[in-house]
Design a protein around this ligand. Structure first.
Ligand SMILES: [Zn+2]
Length: 115
């Protein structure tokens, strides 16, 4: 992949990383352990609070996983390996990268690996 293309993908990945980090910071309060103190829970029942906390934690888990993939993609850009399939070494179609810029497989390999 040529340098201008790599810079473009890098910018996009960095933008998404910043977005995820902001979301993560914003939701930090929601992920705190639910306190028994009813005042901190407000009008929500403890049950609701626990449910919301579980959802916030699940979202955070997904964000953490995506951040990991983004970091890995940025490393591949640094190593000039970005955009090449890890399985067969062929170029990954830009269309495919557009849908998921962190993908490491071309469509054929991704399909084959899924079985
Ligand atoms: Zn492949």
């Amino acid at each position: 992949m040529k340098e201008p293309d790599l810079s473009r993908w890098r910018a996009r990945l960095e933008e998404r990383r910043a977005e995820l980090q902001t979301l993560s910071q914003d939701s930090a309060a929601a992920r705190k352990p639910v306190e028994l103190d009813q005042q901190s829970v407000g009008r929500l029942s403890r049950q609701d609070a626990l449910q919301q906390q579980a959802m916030a934690n699940a979202q955070e888990g997904r964000r953490a996983a995506e951040l990991k993939r983004i970091e890995a993609a940025l490393k591949r850009i640094d190593a000039a390996e970005y955009g090449w399939c890890e399985e067969c070494g062929e170029a990954i179609a830009p269309k495919r990268l557009n849908i998921d810029p962190t993908t490491v497989y071309c469509a054929a390999c991704a399909g084959a690996l899924r079985g």
